[in-house]
Ligand binder design. Structure first.
Ligand SMILES: Cc1cc2nc3c(=O)[nH]c(=O)nc-3n(C[C@H](O)[C@H](O)[C@H](O)COP(=O)(O)OP(=O)(O)OC[C@H]3O[C@@H](n4cnc5c(N)ncnc54)[C@H](O)[C@@H]3O)c2cc1C
Length: 408
């Protein structure tokens, strides 16, 4: 069998994009994809709408990278969010920019993106083999030997590992790339879930479904490690929602994390005390639980009053000064303890992966093995929500593809 120039392992965001660039440069490329079709994860991104990038400056993308921003710097300037937008627009996909500069296909359907990638790969006659799980890669002199499917194999001059992370394994990303990288001597930063809900030690079942806006969540170890303002909600065993996802990415490599929820961040303690006094004055003979309806969603009232050690049926004019102080301190700092981040299978992205110091950031080539390249989530890089993770997949794939083209 002839030797192909490049074998791409994984037909996801980075693999499909790299294949297009290589094929356009006339490089003979084969994609080996484990699933029955390519782009399964891209299809479910952005709640089925695919937030493909963020229409912002490369530096702003890097500011939203949690791990690996230094490593990604060169790639992000070489292939910017605007380059991603032009790439898809040139393929005929109309785009819209929404709140927070998030870019989506105008159709509101991720299929516009997956169809564009699949269509171009097909038009360029890239050899795509689906149902082709790679099981082993070895290298003999200058040639990689790739074993896949049922006793199939192929030889290639270059291998580009685009196998993604470990989250949502039904999409095909099951962490195989880490095994291949390890085999070639690479170190793997232990994969942990990122952008996921948080399981709490406290029983919050009674709060399930309560959603909060304009709250501030702080995370602490021995010092404050993260603070986020915005929306969150309670689940059956913890918390979720935008600010929780962000916090999860900042604490997923830490132990013994406690959380402090400020339910009234717009008011300082003094202002909140004044507000309570005002509410108490208006309804002197009411139960405290009823007065609190002015300040909190109903189902949260009992939880907060219990934490503050106040009987919900106590009349407001019997509330002592100490109780009022405890109440505003609880409203400003409801305490929880993190049991864990929810499982990696349900995480939006995987934090961890191939150690970035062992990859050349200007080419995405392994520093240990010539001709071995990495792109996308398999590398120890991850970012917040907003289209940044797909942008990382595209930028790293761009750099890898161009390095392969140059070395042709
Ligand atoms: C629910 C959800 C929503 C998301 N929404 C967004 C969003 O809106 N915006 C955003 O920027 N990011 C989003 N992400 C993250 C984003 O999808 C990923 O970061 C991105 O897809 C990573 O691209 P990749 O090419 O590295 O890996 P993937 O796209 O995961 O592709 C990896 C491919 O490799 C294949 N593969 C794995 N092992 C093998 C093997 N042994 N042999 C052959 N093939 C193999 C897999 O089947 C898969 O097709 C979301 C993720 C999830 C789970």
């Amino acid at each position: 069998m002839a030797i192909v120039n490049t074998c791409i392992i994984g037909g996801g965001a980075s693999g499909m994009f790299a294949a297009i660039l290589l094929a356009r440069a006339g490089i003979e490329t084969t994609i080996l994809e484990k699933s029955e079709k390519t782009c399964k994860k891209v299809y479910i991104t952005g709640k089925g709408r695919c937030n493909l990038t963020n229409d912002t400056l490369p530096q702003e993308v890097l500011n939203n990278v949690v791990n690996g921003s230094k490593f990604l710097r060169s790639a992000m300037y070489k292939f910017t969010p605007q380059d991603t937008m032009s790439f898809f627009e040139d393929l005929g996909v109309e785009l819209v920019v929404e709140r927070g500069n998030r870019v989506f296909p105008k159709s509101g359907k991720s299929a516009s993106i997956t169809d564009a990638l699949r269509g171009e790969v097909k038009a360029l006659k890239v050899n795509v083999e689906v149902d082709s799980e790679v099981t082993n890669i070895s290298k003999n002199e200058d040639v990689f030997h790739i074993e896949y499917g049922k006793n199939k194999w192929l030889d290639a001059r270059n291998v580009l590992i685009c196998t993604g992370g470990m989250s949502y394994p039904l999409t095909g990303s099951t962490g195989d790339g880490y095994t291949f990288a390890k085999k070639f001597g690479h170190s793997i930063v232990t994969p942990v879930p990122a952008l996921n809900s948080i399981v709490l030690k406290e029983d919050v079942k009674a709060l399930e479904g309560i959603s909060l806006k304009n709250v501030k969540l702080h995370a602490y170890t021995t010092k404050r490690v993260a603070s986020e303002f915005g929306e969150m909600l309670f689940t059956d065993d913890g918390i979720s929602g935008p600010i929780v996802l962000t916090i999860s990415s900042l604490i997923n490599r830490l132990d013994n994390v406690s959380l402090v929820l400020d339910l009234k961040p717009a008011l300082d303690e003094e202002q909140l005390n004044a507000r309570l006094l005002r509410e108490f004055d208006i309804a002197k003979n009411s139960d405290i639980k009823n007065v609190m309806k002015e300040l909190l969603p109903e189902r949260l009232i009992h939880y907060v009053l219990k934490e503050a050690g106040i009987d919900p049926s106590k009349k407001v004019n019997n509330i002592t000064k100490e109780e009022r102080i405890r109440l505003y301190k609880t409203l400003k700092g409801l305490k929880f303890n993190v049991k864990k981040i929810s499982s990696i299978e349900s995480a939006t992205v995987t934090s961890g992966g191939v150690e970035t110091t062992e990859i050349n950031p200007g080419t995405m080539e392994s520093k240990l093995v010539n001709g071995l390249y990495f792109a996308g989530e398999v590398i120890d890089v991850d970012a917040f929500t907003g289209g940044f993770n797909l942008q990382i997949a595209f930028s790293t794939a761009y750099v890898a593809a161009n390095a392969i083209i140059k070395n042709k």
